[in-house]
Design a protein around this ligand. Structure first.
Ligand code: F6P
Length: 341
């Protein structure tokens, strides 16, 4: 079979593990030809293909990013058109397409599937908000990086008696904030799932600094917002593809906290550091498992499905059930963060 492969949206550590597994298993086990497309859906529209062989995947397992390149590009939203996607796939004689992506890429994949293309999707995003899978490629590495950063910020916070606001990624869901916040022992975790009340934060910090300690760590997801009807007004600032302007909520919180409490406050915006560098073993393993499962699915004639981690097992879920949904942080996880504040 001729199998197409693309990586779309923001890059994550572990993508190369998935690409490697697709090529190694697809070519080695079944004799498929794997045709990579550069720069996500943009490369399909532009006809930027490259046959992938074992030579391309040598030594890529520990390397971050994606050897195929990626882009934020929505062919179904007028950027290039589904027709151009179909024309390229026909010209390349692609029989099935593996799309590795987050919400935007998978939404496009479901539109291309509706147009008759056989698709198998693989979920990746450091935000971990793809519906239908317990975990997406990239999340574990991002949490590891964010936890390490919080540990480092802890020591300087304590030395200087400061409030440290740490802004982490997470547009629609606060998975990194909740997990790295718990792992790093943050005093406050602010996530999009639970809009915050700045008056309560002010009272909490004043009480803590009076009674217990003279420093605090506040971890805030970039998509966190104040609760309606509370005394802080803030509009989330988003870019063309729904990405959030880095630092906006972090800087705003720093200013509010400083002005309300008088405590010396600093903000650290972790930004793309969370998406870069060497993938963790967990992300290498997850990428490898998803890549093998995608090739097995295609070979068995399955299509319009996504590989998903469900408990201990990798399963297939219908793509139509995934696209357009967000997997939010459960209240249990957020309440652990609150309980340990
Ligand atoms: O989609 C993952 C993500 O990391 C978001 O948390 C963040 O808003 C966005 O990517 C940043 O995107 P970009 O790399 O395009 O600035």
């Amino acid at each position: 079979m001729r199998v197409g492969l693309l990586t779309g949206g923001g890059d994550v550590p572990g993508l190369n593990a998935a690409i490697r597994a697709v090529v190694k298993h697809g070519e080695g086990q079944y004799g498929h030809s794997i045709i990579g497309f550069r720069n996500g859906w943009k490369g399909v529209v532009d006809g930027l293909s490259m046959p992938l062989t074992r030579q391309h995947i040598r030594n890529v397992l520990p390397v971050g990013g994606t050897l195929l390149g990626t882009a934020r590009f929505h062919p179904h939203a007028g950027d290039g058109g589904i027709d151009q996607v179909l024309a390229t796939l026909e010209a390349e004689r692609i029989e099935a397409l593996i799309c590795i992506g987050g919400d935007g890429t998978l939404h496009a994949a479901s539109k291309v599937a509706e147009a008759g293309v056989k698709i198998v999707a693989i979920p990746k995003t450091i935000d971990n908000d793809v519906w239908g899978t317990d975990q997406s490629i990239g999340f574990d590495t991002a949490v590891t990086i964010a936890t390490d950063a919080i540990d480092r910020i802890h020591t300087t916070a304590e030395s200087h008696n400061r409030v440290m606001v740490v802004e982490v990624m997470g547009r629609h869901a606060g998975w990194i904030a909740a997990t790295a916040g718990i792992a790093g022992g943050a005093e406050l975790v602010l996530a999009p799932e639970a809009p915050f009340d700045i008056d309560r934060i002010e009272r909490f910090l004043k009480h803590r600094h009076r009674a217990h300690a003279s420093f605090s760590i506040v971890v805030v997801a970039e998509g966190a917002v104040p609760a309606e009807g509370t005394s802080m007004h803030y509009e989330t600032q988003v870019g063309k593809f729904g990405e959030i302007v880095a630092g906006a909520i972090g800087e705003r919180l720093k200013a509010e906290i400083e002005q309300r409490t008088g405590f010396d406050t600093r903000v650290t915006v972790l930004g793309h550091v969370q998406r870069g560098g060497t993938p963790s073993p967990t992300d290498r393993i997850l990428g490898s498992r998803f890549g093998v499962a995608a090739i097995d699915a295609i070979t068995q004639g399955r299509s319009n499905v996504m590989t998903a981690l469900r408990g201990e097992r990798v399963e297939l879920v219908p793509l139509s059930e995934v696209a357009g949904k967000v997997k939010h942080v459960p209240d249990e996880l957020l309440s652990v963060a609150r309980a340990l504040a």
